[in-house]
Design a protein. Structure first.
Length: 354
């Protein structure tokens, strides 16, 4: 048994050395204190702070983990309730600006930190490492949160928004619980992902074997704890194209270390592979009857654009919104992209509720 374990360990080591990249791009370490001070100052701008009347809450999921959430009610007559699923590594604070904009349009906005992210409980033994134990748990928790939000507004239509990983979970919720939402809009849905030049088979073997020898909660190759990125939102950032909005998130995480989430573990990557296989399977997208809007960019370096388009074409009521001046997420992009996306999203929600 020991020889077999040693052999597996050596095999994993060889594969790890072979793998020079993994999901996403590792952030470059920096000790630029001036940039850190600027990031904190930006995060304190009124548009990046909690909307007026923001209320905090928490729920306990089926596993006994406490999940943090928050919501805001509109001052104008209620048009509906929006449930928002944040992207990978993003605490819900990253979407305060979006919540403020949607609240002004008459929507109640509810946002929750998934387990292991933001202010929610972390996985035992994982620290700040991004870990998952099956996508179904994420869907279960998002459904529990949705039912809580809908109970506050029993006569209002509900809408689901999500970005990147949050959109991946949201899409599965639409499939499994079609009765919950009138429509949904997703930015850069992470149905499948780029492996940055590493053969998918190699990456899958690395993470699978690592989990097999008890290393599921270890970082996947090249992944690490959160690091401040002074160049966030710049040309090298695969996630955001707007320096101020990107640095606002960095500022939040500098000020609130407990909100930080590191990179992906072997278990997280394994789950992404499984979810991609599920959501691309024959007949799976075709079963989604909820009207859906996909916002995407051909230049996406995180989520696979070809898969987004293919899956959308297979969903009976899916609309594609194409953007060419962005890199990945749309909710925190530069104004010339974000403003167009928000207008299209709001128009889509109105039309789908008629």
């Amino acid at each position: 048994m020991r020889r077999a374990s040693d052999l597996v360990g050596r095999t994993v080591a060889v594969l790890v050395v072979t793998s020079l990249a993994v999901v996403g791009c590792a952030r470059t370490p920096t000790v630029d204190t001036a940039a850190q001070s600027r990031a904190v100052a930006i995060s304190n701008q009124p548009r990046f702070r909690a909307p007026p009347g923001w209320t905090w809450g928490s729920l306990v999921n089926a596993d006994g983990a406490r999940l943090r959430f928050g919501w805001t009610d509109p001052a104008t007559p209620l048009r509906g309730v929006i449930v928002f699923a944040p992207s990978f590594q993003a605490p819900l604070e990253e979407y305060f600006e979006t919540a403020r904009d949607l609240e002004q349009e008459g929507y109640a906005v509810w946002i929750m930190d998934r387990r292991g992210q933001g202010g929610s409980d972390r996985w035992p033994g994982a620290g700040q490492r991004a870990y998952l134990e099956g996508g179904w748990r994420e869907v279960r928790d998002l459904r529990q949160f949705t039912l809580l939000a809908r109970a506050r507004y029993p006569n209002a239509p509900a809408y689901l928004l999500g970005e990147s990983f949050g959109a991946l979970v949201g899409l599965r919720l639409l499939h499994d619980s079609p009765e919950l939402f009138a429509s949904a809009a997703f930015s850069s849905p992470g149905i499948d992902f780029h492996t940055n030049g590493v053969p998918r088979g190699v990456l899958r073997a690395v993470t699978t074997l690592s989990c097999w020898v008890g290393r599921c909660k270890d970082y996947a190759p090249t992944q690490h704890d959160w690091r401040f990125d002074a160049n966030a939102g710049g040309p090298s950032d695969p996630y955001k194209d707007d320096p101020e909005r990107a640095l606002a998130e960095e500022g939040w995480l500098l000020s609130r270390p407990e909100l930080r989430e590191g990179d992906a573990t072997n278990g997280f990557v394994n789950t992404l592979f499984e979810e991609a296989r599920t959501e691309e399977a024959a007949g799976w997208p075709e079963a989604i009857r909820t009207p859906v809007l996909f916002g995407y960019t051909p230049k996406d370096r995180v989520s696979r654009t070809d898969v987004m388009q293919s899956v959308c074409h297979r969903i009976p009521h899916c609309t594609l919104a194409r953007f060419t001046s962005t890199g990945h997420g749309l909710f925190n992009d530069a104004d010339d992209t974000r403003s167009v996306w928000m207008r299209q999203l709001e128009s889509f929600l109105v039309q789908s509720s008629q």
